[in-house]
Every structure is written in structure tokens, then in C-alpha cells.
Design a protein around this ligand. Structure first.
Ligand code: GDP
Length: 390
């Protein structure tokens, strides 16, 4: 039995100007034995299959029987027009100043010593490792640089700087494919799934990514599949409203994330948006639980078409600990790109190299501040220029 409740609210703003908020809510019961609250869908699926769980996986092409999914369309007072994504890292390069002074500057200082003896090369390697670059990339870089400096037989600071930049760039991987696959496929939107541990800046990054895409002229629909935190859905909706992007969300906490994700994509297809971005829950519980949850979301939305991007959000300030968590995510879903947040808050910019080395996945976007447009497509050259200086 399913009950439909339609609430239409028209809000008339005092002092002229009207704002209409139409809230469509479908509050339903999932089926026999389905609880209204409690229990994670992934856990339920894992424990007992589709029958009797909170939300059954929807059949191909069918809407899932599940918790009410509400698509809220409110008319925000003014739609913002974010700047396009091109050149953002160049514009935001001063945000990497901490890494420049702690890492780029120190390296240049060491390399300009009169004598580059064994102890100095060790210091150079230590500096790279301290900047979270990772032991193996740091060793490779030092070996390469050492050979080049010897072959060039130069003590000229500008030449040494150019060599350092070239070697850092080689480690960052200028040829890695960092294309963000967000273009629609004919009438079907591109599907982007955003995963990562809570607190890394995941929801904020989804909001900022929506702005990047809107700034580049695309239409976006957001899905709040982090159903365990109502605040996350509210946060996402606020981000979306600012740029005219609708958010699909559940009307109750703890609803099945896969169901919300499915509905989001269905709505995205119906509305012919260019890109659907789904924010997921980032509870790092058990690996099996995570695999169940993200696996189910991905499986369910794949019924509408292949997922184009699975972006993993990683907090640059969390170092090795963050990398370990990221690895767990990379083991349970095929991550296609990294969003590295809070690079402005760390002196350890080497994490860009470490994360790519550890996960074998390119950094595609970097977060460089808390401002709405402080998310930039990652540009290796601009990054190295910012760290070492022009
Ligand atoms: P979630 O739990 O992973 O969804 O995290 P949130 O999106 O709520 O973000 C957590 C905090 O990190 C918020 O205060 C954000 O403003 C902040 N944050 C996110 N990205 C960045 C960034 O690139 N730089 C800085 N300085 N803060 C960020």
C-alpha cells in the first residue's frame, strides 16, 4: 500500500516578490515487513536479500518500492553564475603557499648549496618524504635529479630549479588522463558518484563540483544518498539552490541510499540534465558493509546506464591515515578520479604524488579553500609552478 501525500506550499514573501516552494512528498511503505525506520539497507540486503528488507533493489527500469523520495524544487532568490573551471588552479595558486614555503622553498635552498654532498641529497629526500610524497616516489625523484645535476655539471640555481620542476612534474604525471567525464550521452545524463570518508569535505565538494559544471554551462541534478545525516542533504540542497540545481533526497533519515540514487538518476533522465552527481554516505564501518552499500548504489544506478565517474574525496591534511582509508574505498569501488581537498590547509603538497602512486588513479580536482568556487581541475604544470615558483 502506498500513500501519496502532496504538500504544496506557496510562500509569499512580504514586501513584494514571491517565492513559491512546492514540495512533493511520496511517503510509502516498502512492502511486507518493511520497517519504517532503522537498519541500513546495505546491511539488510547483505543479511537477507531483497525480500523483507527495508528497500528492495528496483527491477530494471522500475522505480524502487521504498522510502519516500522527495524532489524539492524551491525558487531561490537569485541564481549565482559561478566562473568557468578553466584556469582556476592558476588563479588559486597562492593557496599553495604553505607547501611552497615548507617544501618547494626548502628544496631550492638545499639544491643551491655550494656542495651537493651525500648528506644534502639525504636532506632533499627527507624533505620530499616529509611533504607526504611517499618513500618510493621521493627516492626515484632524488635519483633522477642527482643524475641530471651531475650530467649537466651545473651549479646555476635557475638550471637546477628547472631540473627540479621537470622531475617533480614527471612524478605528478603530466600525461595522466584527468578528463572529468561529465558530458551527457545523447539524452542520458553523465552519472557521477562521489565517495569518501565523512569529514573529508565530500558534500562540500559535491556542491562545489555542481558549481564547476554549471559555470561551464552544464545542467546538474544532485542526489543526497548520504541518508544517514539529514544535515548532509540540507547542506547539499543549499549548495544546489544557489546555482539552480535541484536535489533529490529522502524524506526520512536512514532511507535506502541506493533507492535515493536510483530516483535521482531516473529524474535526471526525465529532466534531460547533463550530469547527475550522487553524494554517498561516508561511514567507514566494515569493509564488507561499505562494499555492500556502495556496490548496491552502483549496481542500482547502472541499470540506467554506466557510471561515468566514481570520484573519491580525500583530505590532503590526513596524510598516511587518509591514504589508508582511501585504499579501502578504492578496493570496494572502481575509483576513476580523486578529489583532493584542503590542499590549502597543508604544507604537504607531496600527497598529490603519493595518492596517485598508491591508488593508481589521477587527482582530477583539488580543493583549495572553503569558498564556493575554491575547487579547481587539477593542472600538473600550475601545481608544480605554485610549489617551486616560476
Ligand atoms: P563531509 O562530511 O565529507 O561531507 O564534509 P563537508 O563537506 O561537510 O566538509 C567538512 C569541512 O571541510 C567543512 O568545514 C568544509 O568547509 C571544509 N572543506 C571542504 N573542502 C575544503 C578545502 O578544500 N579547503 C578547506 N580549507 N576546507 C575545506
Amino acid at each position: 500500500m502506498e500513500e501519496l501525500i502532496i504538500i504544496a506550499a506557496v510562500v509569499v514573501a512580504a514586501g513584494g516578490g514571491t517565492a513559491a516552494a512546492v514540495l512533493l512528498r511520496r511517503r510509502g511503505q516498502a512492502g511486507p515487513g518493511a520497517p519504517e525506520t532503522g537498519g541500513t539497507a546495505a546491511g539488510a540486503e547483505g543479511a537477507g536479500g531483497a525480500a523483507g528488507t527495508a528497500v528492495a533493489e528496483p527491477a530494471a527500469g522500475a522505480a524502487p518500492a521504498g522510502p519516500g523520495i522527495a524532489a524539492e524544487a524551491t525558487a531561490p532568490p537569485a541564481i549565482e553564475h559561478p566562473p568557468p573551471s578553466a584556469g582556476r588552479l592558476v588563479r588559486l595558486r597562492s593557496r599553495l603557499a604553505r607547501s611552497q614555503s615548507a617544501f618547494g622553498g626548502v628544496l631550492l635552498g638545499l639544491l643551491s648549496r655550494d656542495r651537493l654532498d651525500e648528506a644534502t641529497w639525504e636532506e632533499i629526500e627527507d624533505t620530499l618524504i616529509t611533504a607526504d610524497m611517499g618513500v618510493s616516489p621521493a627516492r626515484d625523484l632524488v635519483a633522477e635529479l642527482r643524475t641530471q645535476v651531475k650530467v649537466a655539471g651545473t651549479a646555476d640555481p635557475q638550471e637546477i630549479k628547472a631540473l627540479l620542476k621537470a622531475d617533480l612534474l614527471a612524478q605528478v604525471g603530466p600525461d595522466m588522463d584527468r578528463t572529468l567525464h561529465t558530458r551527457p550521452h545523447g539524452n542520458r545524463p553523465a552519472l557521477v558518484l562521489v565517495v569518501g570518508v565523512n569529514g573529508t569535505g565530500k558534500t562540500t565538494s559535491v556542491g562545489k563540483l555542481a558549481r564547476v559544471l554549471v559555470g561551464d554551462g552544464q545542467t546538474v541534478l544532485l542526489g543526497a544518498a548520504d541518508t544517514f545525516r539529514a544535515a548532509a542533504a540540507d547542506q547539499l540542497q543549499t549548495w544546489g539552490q544557489r546555482v539552480g540545481a535541484e536535489t533529490v533526497r529522502s524524506d526520512r533519515d536512514g532511507a535506502d541510499p541506493a533507492s535515493v540514487a536510483f530516483e535521482t538518476v531516473a529524474k535526471g533522465i526525465e529532466q534531460h540534465v547533463d550530469t547527475v552527481i550522487v553524494d554517498t554516505a561516508g561511514r567507514l564501518h566494515t569493509k564488507a558493509g561499505l562494499m555492500d552499500e556502495l556496490g548496491k548504489i552502483k549496481r542500482v544506478i547502472s541499470r540506467h546506464g554506466a557510471v561515468d565517474e566514481v570520484l573519491l574525496v580525500l583530505d590532503a591534511t590526513t596524510g598516511q591515515n587518509g591514504l589508508r582509508q582511501a585504499k579501502v574505498f578504492a578496493e570496494v569501488v572502481d575509483v576513476t578520479g580523486i578529489i583532493l581537498t584542503k590542499l590549502d590547509g597543508t604544507a604537504k603538497g607531496g600527497i598529490v604524488i603519493a595518492v596517485q602512486h598508491e591508488l593508481g588513479v589521477p587527482v582530477k580536482l583539488v580543493g583549495l579553500g572553503e569558498g564556493p568556487d575554491d575547487l579547481a581541475p587539477f593542472d600538473p604544470e600550475a601545481f608544480v609552478d605554485a610549489i617551486v615558483g616560476d
